[in-house]
Design a binder for this molecule. Structure first.
Ligand code: PGA
Length: 262
């Protein structure tokens, strides 16, 4: 069991309406109190960030508010984009960077993702940097190459001190939203490679301290087994994050693996 506090994120993607988002936030706030054991963040769609943040605050919830995306420039003529200052203004403290849907559906490049990582850390936010291989890359033995490459590009220029606010989410693209999950052993193997790569990029202390979440069809029935792996420190959850009972069960599975306080 590691000394790292498990971390579970709920990525709501482009789902729910305003009323449903507030209801979900309120139910999660009512059901989750183990913040000394698990860090938890929800990532609602932009238009609902404010009201979800208010619902969490009204329930005194320790669940943090996060944003699924942002633009790295401070302000200006960037039609349709949202700045980090705007996100902070509505109470967001965490951002996702490099989710596979941003990389592969929207077309964000490693260079842009590095700009985003640096800007978010500079703005004082926490970052979950998502990495992961596609099925054809896995089938041609490029899994480690892709993941260490996305890791290195994404973190270029990030200082040792800033790494305290970085979490990595390993999300094999073929497992996202497909119902297919990496086996706990396969996921553990990749997490271990990613942690070793953090050791090369930084040092052993940082590699041992950074949380690496697993993402990709994680659900109550497989969360405990995944989170029990030595290098898996929680999860980034999509579909199951939309159902309060499922997300709460996954948070509980993470709490069950939390280090016992000294
Ligand atoms: P999923 O999504 O849990 O629906 O597979 C995970 C993610 O995209 O973060």
């Amino acid at each position: 069991m590691s000394a790292r506090k498990p971390y579970v994120g709920g990525n709501w993607k482009m789902n729910l309406n305003g009323r449903q988002a507030v209801e979900l936030a309120s139910e999660l706030a009512g059901g989750f109190a183990a913040s000394d054991q698990v860090q938890a963040t929800v990532f609602p769609p932009f238009p609902y960030l404010d009201k979800v943040g208010q619902a969490l605050a009204a329930n005194n919830s320790p669940i943090q508010l996060g944003a699924q995306d942002f633009y790295h420039q401070p302000n200006g003529a960037y039609t349709g984009e949202v700045s980090l200052a705007m996100l902070k203004d509505v109470g967001a403290s965490v951002v996702l960077v490099g989710h596979s849907e941003r990389r592969h559906v929207i077309g964000e490049t490693d260079t842009l993702l590095n700009d985003k990582t640096l800007a978010a850390l500079e703005a004082g936010l926490e970052v979950i940097l998502c990495i992961g291989e596609k099925i054809e890359q896995r089938q041609t033995d490029k899994t480690d190459h892709i993941n260490t490459g996305q890791l290195g590009y994404g973190l270029a220029g990030v200082s040792d001190a800033q790494m305290a606010r970085v979490t990595i989410a390993y999300e094999p693209v073929w497992a996202i939203g497909t119902g297919k999950t990496a086996t706990p052993q396969d996921a553990q193997n990749t997490h271990q490679i990613i942690r070793r790569a953090l050791g090369f990029l930084y040092n052993d202390n940082i590699a041992n301290a950074v949380r690496i979440q697993y993402g990709g069809s994680c659900k109550p029935s497989n969360a405990a087994e995944l989170f029990a792996q030595p290098d898996i420190d929680g999860g980034l959850i999509g579909g199951a994050a939309l159902k309060p009972e499922d997300f709460l069960a996954i948070l509980q599975a993470a709490a069950d693996t939390a280090p016992v306080p000294a």
